[in-house]
Design a protein around this ligand. Sequence first.
Ligand code: GDP
Ligand code: MG
Length: 164
Amino acid sequence: MSNIVAIVGRPNVGKSTLFNRLSGTRKAIVNETSGVTRDRNYGKSDWNGVEFSIIDTGGYATNSDDIFEEEIRKQIMLAIDEADAILFVVDVKQGITDLDAAVASILRRTKKKVYLIANKADNSELTFAANEFYSMGIGKQVFPISAVNGSGTGDLLDELINDF
Ligand code: GDP
Ligand code: MG
């Protein structure tokens, strides 16, 4: 299979929750504590009969900010290498953080297709708040979603498979 989608972003934005929703499994560990996904998880998904593979990235098991950024950088470089498309997940409840900006600056250099996913948009107010992320200048549009209740994921998947 050639359509490989990697989920990247700083810890706790909901990458593993999104992975579990898209792959229909509970394989990725979701936790309140940052950095709980130690390994990369690989799953399969399909939308309207179009199959693709998903990679959940993580493994940010350190408290030092320097090593932390380095570790995230490594994961993203790997993801860019492996994947055809990147889902860059941010958190509407937290807004743009320094680590988000660091991730964005790495992703801006790739030629691979990057989708900016504003997760935790659980209601219409938070969906509106997702507009803040347009200032990051990643991709053509911001996709507000709720990995927990599933809202917005259909629009995202429509766009994703359309670009394969
Ligand atoms: P990761 O570190 O990026 O893999 O994040 P996780 O998937 O482990 O999620 C971190 C926390 O955010 C957990 O407490 C999740 O339940 C929560 N979370 C994930 N997605 C959503 C969402 O769409 N809405 C809300 N309210 N919480 C979410
Ligand atoms: Mg995780």
